[in-house]
Design a protein around this ligand. Structure first.
Ligand code: ZN
Length: 259
């Protein structure tokens, strides 16, 4: 009897090991195409430059996500897209260099099952709002996803006073993911921001309009001598619902421009 149980246990372990060795199934090619396009669009629209990255949760297994190897987003091709687990390990890196800050993505996907796509950038107009007491809020309807304002990640909280400002491990990534809460955007003091969304197209839309909002808000604050009327809660919610089905229209234009 004992021997039978042992054999069954060994067989089960062998099956589990074989399944783990196989790794995740191949992602939908359309998702990979969108992710490549997202890299090019964010570069073309000035949200990322040589730095920054965009990822998508795996469509067939939520325990994985897709992210390029370490390189400038504007140069990413299909063959540069790697699959990662939620600890930030590449399934088959084949010696490729990986983004130091991939833990931003892995820890957000781990902590927020609803998130399907993530952008991290050093979006230039956003930086001042991470280092001053001026909150980033929706100045117009295109950025209504900012809601009533966005949190700021202070890396000194989890990383102490002497980090290089990069979210380069799981501990820092988890702290950032916690501070994100249910917001669409979180600013990173002295660094940049992170934007999350339900789809690759939506997260690109949000990342671009976060940058535009920051630029317009800074201008309005100057013009209005600090007095600016923002969208209120209800306006932001109603406008967000109107914009949701229209994301594809902007995507098509940005994709054509990025080619
Ligand atoms: Zn960064």
């Amino acid at each position: 009897m004992y021997k039978c149980f042992s054999l069954a246990a060994v067989a089960a372990l062998a099956l589990a090991t074989a399944a783990a060795a196989q790794g995740p199934p191949a992602p939908d090619p359309a998702l990979v195409d969108d992710l490549v396009a997202a890299n090019h669009i964010l570069s073309s629209e000035g949200v990322v430059d040589g730095f920054g990255h965009v990822s998508a949760r795996h469509d067939k297994d939520p325990r994985y996500f897709l992210l390029a190897r370490s390189m400038a987003p504007g140069l990413v091709t299909k063959s540069d897209i790697l699959v990662f687990d939620l600890d930030g390990n590449a399934v088959a890196a084949d010696g490729a260099a990986l983004y130091l800050e991939r833990f931003i993505h892995s820890e957000i996907y781990k902590a927020h099952p609803e998130v399907k796509a993530v952008v991290h950038s050093h979006s230039p107009s956003v930086i001042p709002f991470g280092v001053t007491a001026v909150p980033l809020r929706p100045i117009y309807h295109m950025s209504s996803f900012l809601g009533t304002g966005v949190p700021i990640f202070e890396i000194r909280g989890a990383g102490g006073d002497a980090t290089d400002m990069l979210v380069r491990n799981a501990t820092l990534g988890a702290a950032l993911a916690k501070d994100l809460g249910h917001s669409s955007v979180i600013l990173m003091r002295g660094h940049g921001d992170v934007v999350v969304g339900d789809t690759v197209k939506q997260v690109v839309f949000r990342a671009i309009y976060t940058e535009v909002n920051a630029r317009l808000e800074a201008e309005a604050l100057r013009l209005g001598d600090g007095k600016v009327t923002f969208l209120n809660d209800q306006e932001a919610a109603a406008s967000g619902a109107t914009n949701a089905p229209l994301v594809g229209r902007a995507w098509d234009l940005w994709k054509a421009k990025a080619k």
